[in-house]
Design a protein around this ligand. Structure first.
Ligand code: ADP
Length: 225
């Protein structure tokens, strides 16, 4: 099996092509993330980080270039194949937690596993194991509104890993938190990623956080430098 989990080749993306509002966001991006590797994607706001993560996670399609996950070229595949690959292989984390408000922390991690065909007992066991790893096991029965911002985000990390993806894509995962909380929550995320041997591409504009990852890529004028 290939040791490259994510491979992007010559990715280009322009919004509003041909209009006065045209923005060429990505102009030939090549990127690869190896097994167990954690890569920081650093760029100022508006540089195209979210666009790149959405393309890598098969939520958006590039105008040109190819996206390979686990050695499988998914460019030009049907929406159904891409959706299946995304569900099986990719976990997403955003700046905001997007947890379901009417369900407990545990249930938020159990539900995606049930949709994936896992039994309720196995799903609960995995959810509890993940919550314990990030230090919020004692809050398993709390709803999101009863959790602090840092705890909500820790639960969101567990949900992203619920179905054991091979790639984690995170867009400013601690961007909503105050600096001290952000530091601790980022440590929890790194611990979880390292423990599970996951590969990750994490967008941030925080250079201190980037320095704690294996490698930093900077997005500048639509290219990685
Ligand atoms: P970042 O995540 O680095 O802040 P984005 O990928 O969100 O950057 O956006 C990059 C640029 O593309 C911005 O100038 C943004 O306004 C523009 N953009 C993003 N999405 C769209 C869209 N759907 N239509 C038009 N322009 C867009």
């Amino acid at each position: 099996m290939s040791d490259v989990v994510l491979e992007l080749k010559d990715i280009a993306k322009t919004y509003n092509a041909g209009k006065p509002s045209e923005v060429a966001v990505l102009r030939g991006v090549d990127l690869s993330v190896g097994k167990g590797e954690v890569v920081a994607l650093v760029a100022p706001s508006g540089a195209g980080k979210s666009t790149l993560l959405h393309i890598a996670g098969l939520l958006d399609t590039p105008d040109a270039g190819t996206v390979e996950l686990g050695g499988q070229n998914l460019s030009g595949q049907s929406d159904r194949r891409r959706t299946l690959a995304r569900r099986a292989d990719v976990g997403f984390i955003y700046q905001f937690h997007h947890l379901l408000p009417e369900f407990s922390a545990l249930e938020n991690i159990v539900l995606p596993q049930l949709s994936n065909g896992t039994s309720k007992s196995a799903a609960s066991e995995r959810a509890m194991m993940l919550l314990d790893k990030v230090g919020v096991g004692a809050r398993a029965d709390h709803r999101p509104a009863e959790l602090s911002g840092g705890e909500q985000q820790r639960v969101a990390f567990c949900r992203a890993l619920a179905n054991a993806p091979r790639l984690l894509l995170a867009d400013e995962p601690t961007g909503n938190l105050d600096p001290a909380t952000s530091d601790q929550v980022f440590d929890a995320l790194m611990g979880l990623v390292r423990d599970t041997g996951l590969s990750a591409l994490i967008a941030t504009h925080n250079l201190e956080l980037a320095a704690r990852m294996d490698r930093t890529l900077q997005l500048d004028s639509g290219r990685l430098v």
